[in-house]
Structure formats: structure tokens, C-alpha cells
Design a protein around this ligand. Structure first.
Ligand SMILES: C[S@@+](CC[C@H](N)C(=O)[O-])C[C@H]1O[C@@H](n2cnc3c(N)ncnc32)[C@H](O)[C@@H]1O
Length: 271
């Protein structure tokens, strides 16, 4: 595995401090549904010429990579990348056959026009900047596709525990962390001119991430803006989560807690 990311200075502080445990991340984060994975597969342009069919950026521990490889992709040349060694090590452990490369989106050690499709799952917000977009554009072949997506908590129903938890995160925890919100990243495409207009598809109230109170707390603690906090601050945030859960009519008796998710998928084509 080549290492092109010894310098973590270019990464956001929350990435460096928050993603310390590949195990914790991998064991508690929501997965990707069959509909999502098939949707992404259908958006790829595999008709062009290029060394790699799919370059996955920010592949992390490989949650999406494994879903993707589960389908009929054995004929595809896939390369999974991430800047964090501990995450990529976990990916390698779980998917030893996948080619990997340690790199950030801002510096991809692949030749110009070598990649047919770039896929970014739950990570585009970390590198929504002109340097990364230029780099992604450079490695892609003309008419190649850039596909990026997020699982996002569904907060449309204020009576649900998902709303109360997300509302607390939004108002008291998240602060200045980059997020998947479209208005925070769409601007980088506006005067770039190298891609077709962004298209999007939302799977609304798409799936539930479910588990015991402790499992859901572990999921919440795997969010970078929480896991990067000092232990005492993390403890305070955890207490507040437990208080919210203990006070909500759906969850105060314990049992299985359901966190409701949408999946938002965006794509465009290199011009
Ligand atoms: C929320 S995780 C998503 C991981 C994986 N794609 C998944 O779906 O589970 C975000 C990932 O983005 C990666 N990341 C952060 N900054 C990055 C950058 N500048 N370039 C590429 N990847 C980055 C992190 O290392 C992390 O693995």
C-alpha cells in the first residue's frame, strides 16, 4: 500500500482527532442499502477508456466498498483510498483483495485521465474545496462520472427521537464542522466549468439504524465532532444523549432505538 499522505496537516482537525478508531467507526456507523448501491452502480459510466473503473475517495474502513463489491463488480477495476492509515488498514483487513492507496483527495497519486468514475461516500464535505475538485477532475477521463452521497439523519418528524438527538447535535455540538448540507459545498462547482450540472436523487426515510441504547450512544460517539472532544466534554455530551433518550416517549423504556435516515445521492459528468 503506497503512502502518499504522511502529512496530515492538510486534513481537517476533526478528521485527524476524530477518526482515531477504525473499529469503533466500522462497528457503529450505518451501512448502505441495496437500492443505494445499485443506484450508484447505474450512474457509473463504464463505456469509456481508463485504467480504473472506480476510484473511491475517503473510503474509510470500506463500509461502502464492501457493499459495492458485493454486487456484480468482479469485472471492475476498483481502487479504494483514504488519507488515514488506521481506517485503510481496517479496510484491507476486511477486503484484502481490494487495491488501496493512502492519499487525500487534494493529492491523488494517479496519472491524468486514468479513472472512469470517482465515488465519494459520506466524505465529500471533508474535501469540498477547489484543490480537491481540480485534482478529481484531473484524474478523471472525459465523460467520467463523479458520484457522491450521504446517509443523513431524517429530521422531518419532530415527534421522533431522531429529531431530538439531531436537534441537540445541531444546536450544541456541531459548531463549525463541515457538513453534507448542499449549500455548504455546491459553491465550489459554480465557477469551475469542468463538470455538467449536479443532479440528485434522495431516498427519503430510507432505512433505520437500530440498536440498544449503548449501541446508539456508540454510533453517536463515532461522529468525528464528538469523538474529537476531550474525554470530559465527551462525557457531558453522552450524558445529554442519555437524558434525551430517557425522556423520549418512544425510548424511555429502553429496548431497540431506531434512528431514521435518508440517503442523498449527487452526480455529474466530467465535460
Ligand atoms: C465519514 S467517513 C466515511 C468513510 C466511508 N466512505 C464510509 O462510508 O464509511 C469520512 C472519510 O473521509 C476521509 N477524509 C477526510 N478528509 C479527507 C480528504 N481531504 N481527502 C480524502 N478523504 C478524506 C476520512 O479519512 C474518512 O475515512
Amino acid at each position: 500500500m503506497e503512502n502518499r499522505c504522511n502529512n496530515t496537516n492538510m486534513l481537517h482537525d476533526n478528521v485527524v482527532k476524530g477518526y482515531k478508531s477504525g473499529d469503533s467507526y466500522n462497528n457503529h456507523r450505518p451501512d448502505y442499502t441495496e437500492e443505494t448501491t445499485k443506484f450508484v452502480l447505474n450512474k457509473l459510466n463504464l463505456e469509456t477508456e481508463g485504467t480504473y473503473d472506480v476510484l473511491e475517495l475517503g473510503a474509510g474502513t470500506g463500509l461502502f466498498t464492501r457493499r459495492f463489491l458485493h454486487y456484480d463488480t468482479s469485472n471492475l477495476k476498483v481502487i479504494a483510498t483514504d488519507p488515514l492509515e488506521n481506517f485503510l488498514e481496517k479496510l484491507k483487513l476486511l477486503s484484502p483483495d481490494v487495491e488501496t492507496l493512502q492519499c487525500s483527495a487534494e493529492s491523488i497519486p494517479l496519472p491524468d485521465c486514468s479513472v472512469k468514475n470517482v465515488v465519494c461516500v459520506q466524505c465529500f464535505h471533508w474535501f469540498a474545496n477547489k484543490t480537491a475538485l481540480k485534482e478529481i477532475h484531473r484524474v478523471m477521463v472525459p465523460h467520467g462520472r463523479l458520484v457522491f452521497l450521504w446517509n443523513t439523519r431524517d429530521v422531518t418528524d419532530a415527534s421522533k427521537i431522531t429529531y431530538d438527538i439531531s436537534n441537540y447535535i445541531q444546536t450544541s455540538v456541531i459548531k463549525d464542522t463541515p457538513t453534507q448540507l448542499k449549500e455548504t459545498w455546491i459553491g465550489i462547482f459554480e465557477d469551475f466549468n469542468g463538470f455538467s450540472p449536479i443532479q440528485e436523487h434522495w431516498f427519503l426515510q430510507h432505512f433505520k439504524h437500530s440498536g440498544s441504547v449503548d449501541f446508539i450512544i456508540s454510533y453517536l460517539k463515532s461522529l468525528s465532532y464528538i469523538s474529537k472532544l476531550e474525554q470530559s466534554e465527551q462525557d457531558n455530551v453522552e450524558s445529554k444523549f442519555r437524558e434525551i433518550i430517557n425522556n423520549h416517549p418512544d425510548t424511555k423504556k429502553g429496548g431497540i432505538i431506531d434512528i431514521l435516515f435518508n440517503t442523498e445521492i449527487y452526480w455529474c459528468q466530467k465535460l
